[in-house]
Every structure is written in structure tokens, then in C-alpha cells.
Ligand binder design. Structure first.
Ligand SMILES: Cc1ncc(COP(=O)(O)O)c(C=O)c1O
Length: 434
């Protein structure tokens, strides 16, 4: 057993006083981690007082032209001439650019009416959503802790939470007999959960099916979580909103579950993981956010702990990526450009639904309900998904994803609307000729 650093002890006491439930949810690493006072705080002090010579930052300055510009290579600088050197090459703050964090908080308020009047934190910038999940796993998951997930998931959760953090996954069938979200199964699994600590992960719009919940389902989910919390169980609810905003069906709830979860019960700690990745069409920029349904007092020690974790793995998300996302969000054409992409994806979503559900394919596959996001998923009735995937690839140069024995995921986000009929006709042809 490691001796805790006095700074970690101090943060733990602060957190225990401000939010005992959050403290109780911490992993052993979560209890150990802290942000050392060393280089970062000495640099911060120098930034305010070292007006003559500031020799603290681990960067290089160039004095040939000006009073200490950032040294750089013009070959890359010329590609982004409008941005300042600091905004391209400088280190971003560990928790992300303040202005970007504030802009994302405003974005969350605008997009999620249920958040109005609720307490939630300033978003913390991560290097993509995967990094956000990894941080949450480090902060909250110990070997053997239970994580509740549906049986259809984005596969990386397994790697992050099970393989890396050692969580025990407890699954429930995603769909009920009517092919709606299995709120009953969700509730039952919660009822049989461990007594003291539980992690829950929910993802709508859903990967791999494209399913999104209705408002009634959302309320049933929150009620089930509250019922479990009432028994004394402390629950960290992670809401994966990778595809937020991409709702294409008027019947579903066009906002995040996070808004309903924030403040729903003292034993429930909701955290929203979302990002520029899919929502802002900026996959490789690696800018995402984690936002807690918590107020400032618990967030102070929690931010220190997250700063320690970020410092110890990526040290922070890329500055130029954050600059690009923030600049885009502040540019007048931003909303209109997003609407245009939304319109394009919605047209594909509607077309894909009509084509895939055509009665002529009814003997070949069942189409899982898809209302949002990037995907539609077929449950093949007699063919093996991997065989179909390989044949599609080899014989027709079509790439799809096989999941398990019978499921084939198609990212219609990557198909032109005019090609959708052809793709499904060829999937059918492959199955029929097996
Ligand atoms: C549901 C879901 N969550 C998270 C991610 C990962 O996002 P990122 O690329 O920002 O790590 C993906 C990517 O496919 C996803 O489908």
C-alpha cells in the first residue's frame, strides 16, 4: 500500500467534505492522484512576475525578429497563417483552453433545454472521447468494480474498462421483444447490482444500432437509476454523447439524457462525455469533453485530480486542435454549416431506413431501429455476418463491420444517398448466393 502524498490527502479531505458520494466512488488511483506543485505552479508564478527574463517554460523562443516569438518551422506555420504562433504551437492548459471550455458549456446549455437551472461543471477538454473514458476509468474504477452496459456496445468500452481497468461488466439485452430500448431489463439489472458502488454507461444515439430513446424511455431510465440510488448505492452514470445533435426522427428525445440525470439524486454522479469528434466533424483533431453534474466546490479537488491524471498521460490536448474548434464555433457561418451537414446526414438516414426496411429484404434480415447518429445495423436471419462482410469486401469492394455472429453495421454516414440502394441490393445478393 503506497503512502499518500500530502497533497492527495488534502484533495481527498476537500472532496470528502464537499461531495462524500464522489469521494466514495473514487478508485485507489483516484485517491492517490494529485497535481504536483512543481513546474506548473512555478511557471504560472513566473508568467505573472518574470517580466525581464522568463526561463521557466519548456519551449524555445526566437529573438531574431521580435521580442521572443515562439521558435517554429515556417513549413508548418505557412499552412495555418491566420492563427497566432501561441495558438498553434504553445502548450494548452492541462484542462483545456478556458475560452473553449466556456464555449462548450454554452453549447451544452443551448442544445439541452433540460440543463436550464441545473448545476453542472465547466467541461474539461480531453484528447478525444476515448481519453475521456480512460480518465474516468482511472479516476473511478478499481479491479472488480461493476460496470453495467447493454449487450450491444462500442467495443472500445471493453478495452478501456474491462481489459485496462479490471471492471466486471454486467450486461443486459439492449432491445426488448418490441425492439425498443429494454428499460425493464435495465431496471432489473440495476436492482441486482452491488449494494455500494456501481458504474453505468449509456450511449444514445447508439453505436452500433443508431437507436435513440424517447422522452418516456429517458424518464424510465432515470427513474430506475433513482430507485437504485434510493437503496444507498452510489452510482457514476457515464453518458456517451458521441453522436449528440444527430437526431433524425421526431419521435425521439432531441437532447442528452445528462440533462435529466443532473441533480436527480444525491447518490448519482452523472458525467457527460462528448466531443468535437463526431458532432463537429473533427474526428482526428482529438478534442472532446467531460462534464460532471457537479457544482464548483466538489469540482475544485476533482479538477486537481483530473489535472494530475492528464499531466501523467497526455499532458493535455493539442493546442492547434482546440484553437480550430473554438475558432469554428465563433465564426458566423458555423451554425449554417452544421445545419447543412445535418441535412445531408438526415437525408441519408431516411433513405437508408426506407431501403433497408423494404419488404423484399424481410427474409434476409431484421433492421434494428435507427433514429440518429451514423449507423444502421442489420440482424441477419440466416447468414453469418463475418462471411457476408468478407464476401462484400472481396467480391464487391464494399466495407462493413461484422459484429458477433449475425450483426452487420453499416455507417451510412459514409455513403452518398444515391448509392444506398445499390449497397443494400449487393448485401442481399451476397446473402442469397451463400
Ligand atoms: C459511441 C462512441 N463513443 C466514443 C467514440 C470515440 O470517440 P473519439 O474518437 O473521440 O475517441 C466513438 C467512436 O467511434 C463512438 O462510436
Amino acid at each position: 500500500m503506497q503512502v499518500l502524498n500530502p497533497l492527495a490527502i488534502q484533495l481527498n479531505e476537500q472532496l470528502r467534505d464537499a461531495a462524500p458520494v464522489v469521494f466514495a466512488l473514487l478508485s485507489e488511483l483516484g485517491k492517490r492522484i494529485y497535481l504536483p506543485k512543481g513546474i506548473l505552479s512555478q511557471t504560472a508564478e513566473a508568467n505573472t512576475a518574470a517580466h525581464r527574463f522568463n526561463a521557466t517554460r519548456a519551449i524555445a523562443l526566437d529573438f531574431s525578429q521580435d521580442m521572443g516569438d515562439m521558435m517554429h518551422l515556417p513549413v508548418s506555420r505557412e499552412l495555418v497563417p491566420e492563427l497566432s504562433l501561441e495558438n498553434i504551437y504553445g502548450y494548452a492548459p492541462v484542462l483545456g483552453q478556458q475560452a473553449l471550455r466556456e464555449a462548450w458549456q454554452t453549447h451544452l446549455l443551448n442544445e439541452n433545454p433540460s440543463l436550464a437551472g441545473k448545476t453542472f461543471s465547466l467541461p474539461i477538454v480531453t484528447s478525444g472521447m476515448t481519453h475521456g473514458f480512460s480518465l474516468l476509468a482511472e479516476l473511478f474504477v478499481d479491479n472488480g468494480d461493476t460496470l453495467m452496459l447493454p449487450d450491444k456496445i462500442w467495443g472500445n468500452y471493453r478495452l478501456i474498462f474491462e481489459s485496462k481497468a479490471g471492471a466486471t461488466l454486467q450486461t443486459y439485452p439492449f432491445f426488448n421483444a418490441a425492439s425498443d430500448f429494454n428499460t425493464h431489463g435495465f431496471r432489473e439489472t440495476l436492482a441486482n447490482a452491488p449494494d455500494e458502488k456501481l458504474l453505468v454507461l449509456l450511449n444514445f444515439p447508439h453505436n452500433p444500432t443508431g437507436y435513440a430513446i424517447t422522452e418516456t424511455e429517458a424518464r424510465q431510465i432515470v427513474d430506475a437509476i433513482v430507485a437504485c440510488a434510493d437503496t444507498g448505492c452510489r452510482i457514476l452514470v457515464m453518458v456517451d454523447d458521441a453522436y449528440a445533435g444527430l437526431w433524425f426522427d421526431a419521435a425521439v428525445m432531441p437532447e442528452s439524457l445528462f440533462g435529466l440525470l443532473a441533480g436527480c439524486h444525491p447518490n448519482v454522479v452523472p458525467v457527460k462525455i462528448d466531443g468535437a469528434t463526431k458532432e463537429e466533424y473533427a474526428w482526428g483533431l482529438r478534442v472532446a469533453f467531460i462534464t460532471f453534474g457537479l457544482g464548483e466546490t466538489p469540482m475544485q479537488p476533482l479538477e486537481q485530480k483530473l489535472s494530475g491524471l492528464i499531466r501523467a498521460n497526455t499532458s493535455g490536448a493539442a493546442q492547434v486542435s482546440q484553437t480550430l474548434i473554438l475558432a469554428a464555433m465563433k465564426t458566423p457561418g458555423y451554425a449554417q454549416q452544421k445545419r447543412r451537414n445535418y441535412g445531408t446526414l438526415k437525408a441519408r438516414a431516411l433513405k437508408v431506413k426506407a431501403v433497408a426496411s423494404d419488404a423484399k429484404y424481410a427474409e434476409l434480415w431484421e433492421v434494428y431501429p435507427s433514429h440518429a447518429g451514423y449507423f444502421i445495423c442489420l440482424n441477419l436471419k440466416s447468414a453469418n455476418a463475418e462471411t457476408v462482410r468478407q464476401r462484400l469486401l472481396m467480391e464487391h469492394s464494399i466495407g462493413t463491420i461484422a459484429l458477433g455472429e449475425t450483426e452487420l453495421r453499416i455507417a451510412y454516414s459514409c455513403l452518398d444517398v444515391s448509392d444506398i440502394e445499390t449497397v443494400f441490393a449487393l448485401i442481399a445478393k451476397v446473402i442469397e448466393t451463400l
